[in-house]
Structure formats: C-alpha cells, structure tokens
Design a protein around this ligand. Structure first.
Ligand code: GDP
Ligand code: MG
Length: 445
C-alpha cells in the first residue's frame, strides 16, 4: 500500500554511480522524499519540517559505506534520528507508583481504548510487579461503561470498585481513593469518561477528578491510527489536565504510527506503552526502534546497513567487486561470501533483511542451502589447498576424497558445493555485465 522510504530513495540515488560522501544537493533531493514518507505515515507537517531540518545537516557530507547504496545510507541516518526523537530520556516502563495507594488517571477521547488499556495495565502491574490493583470506572456518560470494566476485572482477576448508580465522577474518585486506602491496594486506576471531541464540560470534570485524586501518573490514551488530530488532542489534554505519559493503542493495525512522532515532538511527553490488540496481554512497552521502522516502512534495510558497516571490511569489498566485474569467482571468493552470510545472521538473516528477497530464500533452501550446510561448505573449502581453491576445476576423484575426509564430510557434499560454486560463478558473470549496482537492483526487484 505504501511505498517504503528505501524504495523512494532508490529512485533518487539511481543516478549516483560513484559512492562517496553525500552532497548537499543529493541530501536536499532525498529529504523531499523523506518528507513525503513522513506525511504519509501521518506525521504532522510542522513536525515533519522540524525533523527534516535536524536531519539534513547530519546527512550532508556523511560518508557512504562502500557496501551500501547512498539511499540506504540516508535511510539509516533518518532512522537513527527518528529513534533519538522518539525515545527521549525517560525509561518507557518507569511508572511512578510507589507510596501506596498510587492513583493512575486514564484520559483520552471516546473509543481510544482507555477502558481496555486500564485493564491491560492493571493486569501487567499485577502479573509482573505483584501489585494489588483496584480499578474504578468514572464513566457516568455511557450506560454500559462501568459494567465493561467490571467484566474485564473479573476476567483478569483484578478488583473493581463496586458500582453505585447516580454518583458523579468526582464522588466515584473519592470513593476509589478511600477504598484503595482501606483495602491496602498498591495502585488504583481511574478510568474516565471519553469524549468525542475536546469538550469543556468533560474537561472540567477530568480536572475536578484530578484535583481530588492527585494522580501520580496521568496517562493519555491515543488511537495510533489517528494522524494529525492526535497532536491537538495531546496538546489540549496536557494543557488542561497535565499528562505524564502516552499510551498508543491499535498499533496492531496497519497505520504507520506517525502520531507517535508528532506527539512526542509537540508535547515532549514520553510514550510509555503501545496497545497491540484487543486481548488483555496485548500491551507492550514502547520501543522507539520498532516505531521508527514502521514510520519509514522499510523491511530491515537499517539493520542490513548496520551489519554491513560492522562486518564488511572495505578493502575486501573493493577487491571482491573488482574480481566480480572481471567475472572472477573462485573458492576463496565463495568462502568470503559464505562467511559474510554467517556474520549477517545466516540465510534467514540475509534474506529477511532485504525486501523482495524472500523468493530467493526459497530457491536457495530448495538448493539445500541453510545455516548448517553453509558451515559445512566453509569446512570443505578450508580443507582445500591454495591451488585447489584458485582452480576448483582441477578437482578429480582422489582430491575430492581427501578434501571431503579432511572436512569430515562426504564426497557428495563436496559435489553439491562445486555445483553451487558453478551456479554462483555463472550469475556473477551475468551480473557483472549488467553494470554497477546491478546485484542490489536485481535483488530489490
Ligand atoms: P474507551 O472508550 O476509550 O474506553 O475505549 P475502549 O477501551 O472501550 O476501546 C474501544 C474499542 O477499541 C474496543 O473494542 C477495544 O477492544 C478496542 N481496542 C482497544 N485497544 C486496542 C488495541 O490496541 N488494538 C485493537 N485492535 N483494538 C483495541
Ligand atoms: Mg471507556
């Protein structure tokens, strides 16, 4: 549905054949694409602008690692900056709930997932931290709202404040506090009434509840599928009630999660949790990396770039590239390739990281290539002499027997390796004819 940022940038950088540093012009062009990607992910315009300003300077003049394309390099820089902006300094999971009973106030628009999140969080506090939690519904507006929380409470084994008809939200809050104190609870959670839009009457009500309860945490629950609106909602709630953290729900849907970046940038409030479904255990602590990947909509190009930077020694890469261009590919080259694959996380690692590579993964697996056979193949190559590695065509029966025995394997294993070498060698020759960048382009198709 969306075009990923790496796909967009692939086009931008096609004309860049020489790899080196990123020029100011290249970065400007790339940033236009980054902007579109952010807006498509529902990041608000001012936030997208601000973000691009901060990343532009960092990208200009940045060196491009030889083993990746400039497009991939830009994605990496953008991604790192996104994580920095999303993560902030505060630990996501650190709710301030010592000094029992600690009140947690849940606020947000109607249908954002407050009641569901209240129960999910209560369950989490009970299961993971052994807290005794009391939940109270302050939703006097919707007829079945209080029962909804009560049912969830029974389901997860968390107490709810008994329902008394006719009470106001403030009265319920007072009773919750009393009960939590008398009953020796560690935490009490106040699930407030929703509103469809920011509405003065309900906002006043939440303020009054806040003043009574004096919450240790006020969590704003926001639907992760909402875009621009999320920022207004967050700003408004923060000004009127004061928000200590954000919970993004419906992150199991196919929205891009740009709301996270917008809210973080505008309110500066940490995103503490994400809701990943309707089930009671579908709540996770916020991970900036995951959301950043989603916003950019890439396979895992970033991880690929990182690992390539870590593992691929530049000289080796250059030397290999030259050899491939000449159509040369002997057993030493093959060994290098196989070792690189292992460093990059094995077959699944390499295939999973490149978008569009999964169809090759199946082919390779059908051909018998997996992490175990890769290790075997390296052992076989290690068992060859220098001369044999340089000219595998000299391998006759007696040599084959010796090599297989040296690696503790069968001659049939060696034959498989030789066959694969021939196939790889053939495709290297073809790819080298297609010119620079051919291999990557082939793989991305
Ligand atoms: P409230 O009006 O803010 O209290 O919202 P509710 O908690 O009643 O949730 C509204 C609907 O959204 C319910 O059907 C929930 O099951 C659903 N919901 C809440 N959180 C999530 C989530 O993280 N993912 C999905 N898919 N649905 C959610
Ligand atoms: Mg509710």
């Amino acid at each position: 549905m969306f075009e990923s940022l790496s796909e967009r940038l692939g086009g931008v950088f096609d004309r860049l054949t020489k790899q080196g540093a990123l020029s100011a012009d290249d970065v400007k062009t790339a940033m236009r694409e980054v902007r579109v990607a952010l807006l498509e992910a529902d990041v608000s315009l001012p936030v997208a602008r601000q973000f691009i300003k901060s990343v532009e300077g960092k990208a200009t003049g940045a060196a491009v690692t030889k083993s990746v394309t400039p497009g991939q390099q830009v994605v990496k820089i953008v991604h790192d900056e996104l994580i920095k902006m999303l993560a902030g300094e505060e630990a996501a999971d650190a709710l301030k709930i010592d000094n029992p009973p600690a009140p947690i106030l849940m606020v947000g628009l109607q249908g954002s997932g407050k009641t569901t999140t209240t129960a999910k969080l209560a369950k989490r506090l009970k299961d993971r931290e052994g807290k005794r939690v009391l939940m109270a519904s302050l939703d006097t507006n919707r007829p079945a709202a209080m029962e909804q929380l009560q049912i969830l409470g029974t389901q997860i084994g968390v107490d709810t404040l008994p329902i008394v008809k006719g009470e106001s939200a403030v009265q319920i809050a007072k009773r919750a506090k009393q009960q939590a104190t008398l009953g020796g609870y560690d935490v009490y959670m106040l699930d407030t009434a929703g509103r469809l839009h920011i509405d003065e009457v309900l906002m006043d009500e939440v303020q009054a509840v806040r003043d009574v309860a004096n919450p240790r945490e006020t969590l704003l629950v926001v639907d992760g599928l909402t875009g621009q609106d999320a920022v207004n909602v967050a700003t408004e709630f923060d000004e009127k009630v004061g928000v200590s953290g954000v919970v993004l729900t419906r992150m199991d849907g196919d929205g891009r999660g740009g709301a996270a970046l917008s809210m973080r940038a505008v309110t500066g409030k940490p995103i503490r949790f994400v809701g990943l479904g309707e089930k009671m255990d579908a709540l996770e602590t916020f991970e900036a990396e995951r959301i950043a990947g989603r916003i950019l909509g890439m396979g895992d190009i970033v991880a690929l770039v990182e690992r390539a930077q870590e593992t691929l020694e530049q000289e080796q890469a250059e030397r290999m590239a030259k050899r491939f261009q000449k159509g040369l590919f002997n057993m030493n080259d093959m060994k290098n390739q196989l070792e690189q694959m292992i460093k990059m996380g094995g077959m699944q690692g390499v295939m999973g990281m490149m978008p569009g590579m999964s169809k090759y993964a199946k082919q390779a697996e059908d051909a018998g290539l997996n992490d175990k056979t890769i290790t075997h193949q390296i052992a076989l190559i290690n068992s060859m002499t220098k001369k044999e590695r340089a000219n595998p065509q000299i391998l006759q029966a007696s040599r084959k027997k010796r090599i297989a025995a040296g690696a503790g394997l069968e001659v049939s294993d060696l034959n498989k390796l030789l066959k694969m070498h021939r196939q790889m060698s053939d495709s290297m020759k073809k790819l080298s004819k297609m010119g620079k960048g051919g291999m990557m382009k082939q793989a991305m198709k």
